[in-house]
Design a protein around this ligand. Structure first.
Ligand SMILES: Nc1ncnc2c1ncn2[C@@H]1O[C@H](COP(=O)(O)OP(=O)(O)OP(=O)(O)O)[C@@H](O)[C@H]1O
Length: 580
């Protein structure tokens, strides 16, 4: 049963009952409405929807398009289809006027401290409007800075880790030049397009200046990986700081305070930010505040991937807008060639990005490396022949290495194949698929997953941060002289800890697509959400498909595939409006 606030009546109650509003949205709107002296139910509805949109990742609510674009939230995270319902949406023009007239709303003609802010037809919580404006202001100001250099020929690529030379790539050269010449550079590209390779090339070229370098990312894991890659590729670089963006800013635990900011910039000459697509508006604004105009800022990421869980899709907005990062102070370069994945996977990713569902289907049907298996949610996943084959081959290899105490090999074997689901619960969800696969593997392999105790070959997903490991790190339980130990997969070497330290880790026989961001596997099995699921979006499918290097198997329906390809994730913001 959906929870409907007892105090909700009339219009707000109707929207709560239909699944458009949650408890928190209702209460926040009521409270801010009461503080601002606003009794009109249509205006309160707008306030509640702003709160809901923030929760779902949008910075603001577009009153003009809300009735067409918003969808009810799924009651549970199980893919259950919501019934479409007809709701008494206020007429847009009248709605905008009513909101503009509210004493709780500031706008162009009425500058004041109010909880909400109306900008055209976009309604914001004032705090986010201010952040967005500040972010745009800083980026535009940095774009006006003079270039840092006028290098016209990109330095030669470094040899690849295996010693083979890099192929000439004009986009990569342009990206290196962008970072060498400009105070702000934004380098976008999908997995395997050379972002990490380019960071090494840039830092190698700057090494003679002995700059103070910081490598930051939204997660500790991503930062550690980048640091490790740079250390390997540019051995003579000296000390390089690496860590999360929060850490870079000197965030104090449990408070909103940061040590570094506009008046006390971070003490680095070069600041590289990886996985920028996962950075929220709030964090990005805090970061930009703390970067001195004299520092070189290089932001990398894939704007087509799933975005930050918090509000804001800043990287995608920067790429879409034509006035945020521009010459002379800024440059934006897109890398296109994926050197890591097989061409068929790149072709499917392309079809998804261009929203071409028919082509996506053709590509899947024509390829020997892309498979489609009909799954309607009724069959036992462990009865699917393709899945049995893939999971058994991987689990057997992981188990063999784990039994012999070869922790590094066990972790590498785990990356052979991964099941990725959109949902957590229900017949299309991680819990169900992981349990089904583990039980079946237990019938095929000796001493595998038979009860809740640790076993050699057990794959784990860490879900909290400690000084030793981070949320999102993976581990395999291995047997060594001390008995069973969990070997956490860290960039430099596996870290062995007692399995009891990880007793809150999740079973890694399947994981959500969200959690898989930043990782790649040789083969991926994707469990598509069912048709009608609000999770079926282009970003979700693109993120899942691009995790694979060699082979993709899709489990679901063609209808779900088409729906995902045709549905861009909806994230409202005002940042890229000028480009629309
Ligand atoms: N110009 C090139 N010629 C040949 N190989 C390349 C070239 N650029 C990158 N590669 C190789 O492609 C692979 C992917 O590169 P890299 O890790 O830099 O990409 P990435 O964009 O950082 O990927 P991800 O975001 O998935 O980590 C690496 O093995 C790298 O050596």
């Amino acid at each position: 049963m959906r929870e409907v606030p007892v105090a909700a009546t009339g219009l707000l109650r109707t929207f709560c009952e239909a699944g458009w509003l949650g408890l928190v949205d209702f209460h926040l709107a009521k409270r801010l409405g009461a503080l601002g002296g606003e009794p009109d139910p249509e205006v309160l509805l707008a306030f509640a929807l702003v709160a809901r949109e923030l929760r779902l990742g949008s910075v603001c609510l577009d009153l003009a398009t809300a009735a067409e674009e918003l969808r009810p939230e799924s009651e549970d995270d199980d893919g259950a289809t919501e019934q479409a319902s007809t709701l008494p949406w206020p007429a847009p023009t009248h709605w905008v006027e009513a909101v503009a007239g509210s004493p709780a709303v500031a706008h162009d003609g009425r500058e004041a401290n109010r909880p909400f802010r109306l900008e055209g037809t976009l309604l914001y919580l004032d705090r986010y409007w201010r952040q967005e404006r500040r972010l745009a202001e800083i980026l535009r100001r940095r774009s006006l800075l003079a270039p840092l250099a006028s290098v016209s020929t990109a330095p030669d690529p470094l040899p690849r880790p295996d010693g083979t030379p890099q192929q000439a790539d004009e986009h990569q050269n342009a990206a290196v030049l962008a970072a060498l010449n400009h105070p702000t550079s934004v380098i976008t590209g999908g997995p395997g397009t050379g972002k990490t390779t380019i960071v090494s090339r840039i830092l190698h070229a700057l090494a003679a200046e002995s700059p103070r370098i910081a490598l930051a990312a939204p997660t500790g894991k991503a930062a550690a990986r980048l640091q490790q890659a740079v250390r390997e590729q540019v051995p003579g670089l000296g000390k390089v700081w690496g860590g999360t963006i929060h850490k870079l800013l000197g965030a104090r635990p449990r408070t909103q305070e940061m040590e570094f900011g506009a008046h006390h910039p971070v003490p680095f000459d070069v600041i590289v930010v990886d996985e920028t697509s996962m950075v929220s508006l709030e964090l990005m604004t805090a970061l930009l505040e703390a970067v001195a105009p004299t520092s070189r800022l290089v932001m990398l990421g894939d704007p087509h991937q799933l975005r930050s869980v918090e509000a804001g899709a800043v990287l995608a907005d920067i790429e879409r807008a034509d006035d945020l990062v521009t010459a002379p102070g800024g440059a934006l370069v897109r890398l296109v060639h994926n050197y890591r994945s097989k061409p068929d996977i790149n072709e499917l990713a392309d079809a998804i990005l261009t929203g071409d569902a028919a082509r996506a289907r053709e590509v899947v049907q024509a390829s020997g490396l892309l498979r489609f298996v009909e799954f309607t949610g009724t069959a036992d996943p462990a009865a699917l022949r393709e899945l049995r084959h893939d999971t058994l081959a991987t689990a057997a290899a992981v188990q063999e290495a784990a039994r012999q105490g070869r922790a590094g090999d066990a972790n590498r074997a785990l990356e052979r194949h991964r099941i990725l689901c959109g949902h957590r619960e229900g017949p299309f969800g991680v819990t169900h698929w992981a349990r089904a696969v583990r039980s079946w593997l237990g019938t095929q392999l000796d001493d595998y997953g038979y009860d809740t105790r640790p076993y050699a070959g057990q794959p784990l997903l860490i879900q909290r941060n400690t000084d030793l490991f981070s949320n999102g790190d993976t581990a395999v339980v291995v047997r060594d002289d001390a008995g069973l130990m969990a070997a956490v997969d860290l960039p430099e070497a596996p870290l062995r800890v007692a399995p009891s330290l990880l007793d809150d880790a999740a079973d890694l026989h399947a994981m959500t697509i969200h959690k898989s961001q930043g990782s790649q596997f040789a083969e991926v099995s994707i469990v598509l959400p069912p048709p009608g699921s609000p999770l079926l979006t282009r970003e979700l499918l693109y993120t899942a498909v691009t995790r694979a290097q060699e082979r993709v198997t899709l489990y679901g329906s063609w209808e779900a595939l088409a729906a995902a390809v045709e549905t861009p994730a909806r994230r409202a913001s005002g940042l890229a409006r000028s480009a629309d």
